[in-house]
Design a protein around this ligand. Structure first.
Ligand code: GLY
Length: 372
């Protein structure tokens, strides 16, 4: 018999919600959803691959709770975070007669969660959404905190809305169908939490990361701890006026690298985050903010797990340092033309650095790309 799931609360007053983390929570989803919104009409938004793995279990759980669900399926992959798919999902919800008091269930990884959340935010001026993240990355990051969106050809997540879910169900067993590469990519976001604000958690991760990949209690602990850290930050700064930006450690670099690799399988989001985190530590060390040995320690751990840490690790390359600078200038972390980066003073102590010197950053990227 599996242990009772762990529950993390995102404390946003009347809009607060639970994140339930544990093995087998998809099988219990129907009872939880029926309790949350009795009599609601429900639409499941998913991608065809995830639905083939988890759709039957979710449907059967909903049906046992007396809920009949409509389905809106999209193709897997980052390309689905597009205007065209947003239109398709919104029209799907309208055809299924999902009303304001009904529910959208986003069943999938970060792409589905962001797309379904965005469609739910816009359709009928806002329908509640239950996030059921099925990738490690979505369980520890994108399903929590209400950021939803699609990509523009000019950059990642440039169109979207804050739309908090009313429940998040993170089934740790669902990760058993994930490839090793996608597990590693999700793990990069877990490491990020230790690095940005909890050195003790980072030490634990260095010692226990193999247990997280294997499954069981260590996996549940890592997911719950990551969600708890994110929940606390979101509760204090829901719309990223300040502190929430710390969650973007490594992401200004990462989003530029993803844009330059065409949001393709050449570079998964979590892999880009791993490179971005390593760059943030090396840039901080070079600027005299953090010790070089700390940057080396972080790089060693990411590489031990099998994650990339260098721009040169990206198959097929991403152009020149000027291209990376131009792509970073499109990121939302740009305010009135000044670059904002999350830098570090050490493990567990990240801070927001506004007004980072563009010329110095360009020299850093030049050196990185020449292997200096
Ligand atoms: N992924 C960063 C955030 O949710 O703020």
């Amino acid at each position: 018999m599996s242990a009772a799931p762990s529950v993390v609360r995102v404390d946003l007053g009347k809009r607060g919600y639970d994140i339930v983390v544990g093995g087998g929570v998809i099988a219990e989803a129907g009872a939880r959803i029926a309790h949350l919104r009795p009599g609601a009409n429900v639409a499941i938004v998913s991608d065809t691959t995830v639905f083939s793995h988890h759709g039957a279990a979710l449907r059967s759980s909903l049906s046992k709770a007396g809920i009949t669900a409509h389905e809106v399926l999209v193709a897997p992959g980052e390309a689905s975070k597009s205007w065209r798919m947003l239109e398709q999902v919104s029209e799907g919800l309208i055809s299924a007669r999902i009303e304001r008091r009904d529910l959208v269930i986003a069943l999938g990884g970060g792409v589905v969660g962001d797309l379904a959340g965005c469609a739910a935010a816009l359709t009928r001026r806002g329908i509640d959404v239950v996030q059921i993240p099925t990738s490690l990355l979505a369980q520890v990051d994108s399903s929590v905190g209400g950021k939803t969106g699609i990509n523009s050809p000019a950059g990642k997540n440039l169109i979207g809305a804050f739309h908090q879910p009313c429940l998040v169900l993170a089934d740790s067993d669902a990760l058993d169908t994930l490839s090793a590469r996608h597990m590693r990519a999700g793990y990069a976001e877990i490491v990020k939490y230790g690095l940005l604000g909890d050195g003790v958690f980072y030490d634990w991760l260095e010692a226990h990361w193999q247990g997280i990949f294997a499954g069981g209690d260590e996996r549940i602990h890592a997911i719950s701890k990551s969600c708890a850290m994110k929940a606390a930050i979101v509760a204090r700064d829901e719309t990223e006026q300040g502190e929430r930006a710390l969650l973007n450690l490594g992401h200004t670099f990462a989003h530029a690298l993803e844009a330059l690799s065409g949001y393709s399988d050449r570079l998964l989001h979590g892999e880009a985050v791993a490179i971005g985190v390593a760059l943030a530590f090396r840039y901080s060390a070079r600027s005299g903010l953090a010790a070089a040995v700390v940057a080396q320690r972080v790089e060693r751990h990411l590489r031990a797990v099998g994650l990339p840490t260098r721009i040169s690790d990206i198959a097929g390359g991403v152009g020149a340092s000027a291209d990376i600078m131009a792509a970073m200038a499109q990121d939302k972390k740009v305010s009135r033309g000044k670059l904002t980066f999350i830098l570090v003073k050490g493990i567990g102590s990240a801070f927001i650095a506004r007004d980072v010197d563009g010329a110095g950053m360009m020299r850093f990227l030049d050196d990185e790309m020449c292997g200096r």
